[in-house]
Design a protein around this ligand. Sequence first.
Ligand SMILES: [Mn+2]
Length: 378
Amino acid sequence: MSMEAARKPQPSDRFTFGLWTVGNRGRDPFGDAVRPPLASTTVVERLSELGAYGVSLHDNDLVPIDATAGERDRIVREFQKALQDWNLRVPMVTVNLFYDPVFKDGALTSSVRSVRQYAVEKTKRAMDLGAELGAEIFVLWGGREGSEMDGARDARQGLAYYRESLNTLCEYVKTQRYAMRIALEPKPNEPRSDIYLPSVGSMLAFIQTLDDPEMVGVNPEVAHAKMAGLNPVHEVAQALDAGKLFHIDLNDQRIGRFDQDLRFGSDDLKGAFYLVKLLEDSHYLGPLHFDAHAYRTEDAEGVWDFAAGCMRTYLILKDKVRQFYEDTEIQSALAEWRAWCEQERPIHSREDREFWGQAGYRYERLDQLINELILGVR
Ligand SMILES: [Mn+2]
């Protein structure tokens, strides 16, 4: 395969996008929509033409929250026809438990029993939709599961409600015999001041307290980790280490900013390189899902530049990973480092301690080689 052909996305690359990502209309807290709505069937057609594998959705990206049963079935049928015509899959479905004002103080963790029950029922219906579309992953991002003040609901009570809701939902998946696993998506803040279970590590610890911990994993997102000032590569590595990387949200973000959902690799190419390297090294086989959107400056065509760019950057970085392993200078630097680390030199004396304390690791040399690989001069 030629170099350029290797950069053309194929369904076998497992790239997926949310309906809400390419369908994002550029609204922000200070400004209105700048792009017209995009029909779900158009998204399916364009993503397929670009070489994507699949499309994901929140229940209400496809079916309006107030749709009648008849309307719902008609919309789902039309969507399924487009999926079939354009040979696109739906590997993941999620539920919108954040947009409607009813969820303003939480959904699965609301102190109002009626709201919790409604949120659980809404999630069950989204799971039904997912099963109908063949999704094997159900993502839960608890955008409203948190607080602005902790004087009313004790955070421990919030977690207890979360656990109870998740146990009910796992039970439902089993009862319905859905081939579906749940992936919890951590985010530290926004839209709430503070969201419960803000990182991969918090989620992993919480999952172990559920009735069916094996059914539940995580969906780390690059931008969410960076918002918390964390290293997304380490977040994903911890999920992999726990056998819990059920799904991943690829995008980018400047550290310390609001939730930007930038095109993959658009902010931190080196971080993106290490993330691609981790995913490829670990043989992760799930969807490579882009949860991002085009800049607000873009019109409809800019959206497809954005989508193509996400996939192309991933494939270019995947090729850089191959080069990393084939580059003799990088590999011999690594071999020297490994041999140096493994030398037999137990620390029994001050001289031994000084030996290890004073020797150089030569990471400067290796890092510069990697920079030059990414910069394309190697
Ligand atoms: Mn996400």
